[in-house]
Design a protein around this ligand. Structure first.
Ligand SMILES: NC(=O)c1ccc[n+]([C@@H]2O[C@H](COP(=O)([O-])OP(=O)(O)OC[C@H]3O[C@@H](n4cnc5c(N)ncnc54)[C@H](OP(=O)(O)O)[C@@H]3O)[C@@H](O)[C@H]2O)c1
Length: 197
């Protein structure tokens, strides 16, 4: 089997950094044979990735969609751990994988982290007369549709709040726990839904 090229988006983040370190320390043969690249926004971060044995690719940001599509078309798997509400970027990543599939005939995969609020918020919006658009859910639906249309296998992971020390080299703390702590300080108590079950 040819080597599999994996691209990580959000490798400097809490979740992406931990996923990357897990991949790099894996003893699985199939994983050890993979080539791993990471999209990063700064030169200094690119150098740090290279020291880990990861091929760094500098990009401006998630709006840099033409560049994203070209970069992704050289990869078989995208693990996207950047903010999950950026629909345009997600579509560009899937389009790049679709280009790769057309060229090589090989299966390609897109894996994205989203959060469980997509389920909770979407459900509460469904009960609201003036339904608002919820960016994260719009992105998830766009991801699934784009994957089906282009033959890219897509997986959206709706994980709950993640906490504990991350194993990436940059953000090692979850962005969500400080939000909960600030809310508890403001309210004077830790807040729960209903009976807190
Ligand atoms: N933390 C949780 O408990 C949790 C639970 C479930 C789901 N999630 C979801 O998982 C995703 C990542 O969460 P996280 O906690 O790992 O966040 P994080 O630590 O803030 O990491 C975000 C990553 O995305 C990159 N990024 C952010 N905005 C960008 C932009 N405009 N252009 C390019 N790159 C950008 C950051 O790059 P730079 O280093 O260059 O800024 C960083 O690598 C989010 O979608 C979040 O909603 C998080």
């Amino acid at each position: 089997m040819d080597d599999v090229h994996i691209l990580i988006v959000g490798a400097t983040g809490y979740i992406g950094g931990s996923v990357l370190s897990k991949l790099l320390s894996s003893q699985e043969n199939a994983v050890r044979k993979c080539e791993v690249s990471a999209l990063v926004r700064e030169e200094e971060r690119a150098e740090a990735m290279a020291k880990l044995g990861v091929t760094p690719i500098i990009f401006r940001d998630l709006d840099d969609v033409g560049h994203l599509r070209r970069v992704v078309s050289e990869h078989d798997v995208v693990i996207d751990m950047a903010p999950g509400y950026h629909a345009v970027a997600s579509k560009a990543l899937i389009a790049g994988l679709g280009d790769r599939k057309k060229r090589t005939g090989k299966e390609v995969f897109y894996i994205q982290t989203d959060g469980h609020p997509t389920l909770a918020t979407a459900r509460s919006l469904a009960h609201t007369p003036n339904r608002e658009v919820y960016a994260q859910r719009t992105t998830v639906i766009g991801v699934v549709e784009a994957g089906l249309a282009s033959g890219v296998k897509t997986y959206v992971i709706m994980s709950p709040t993640s906490y504990g020390l991350g194993s990436g080299i940059y953000n090692q703390l979850s962005i969500q726990i400080p939000i909960l702590i600030r809310a508890a300080l403001k309210a004077g108590r830790a807040e729960v839904i209903g009976e807190g079950k």
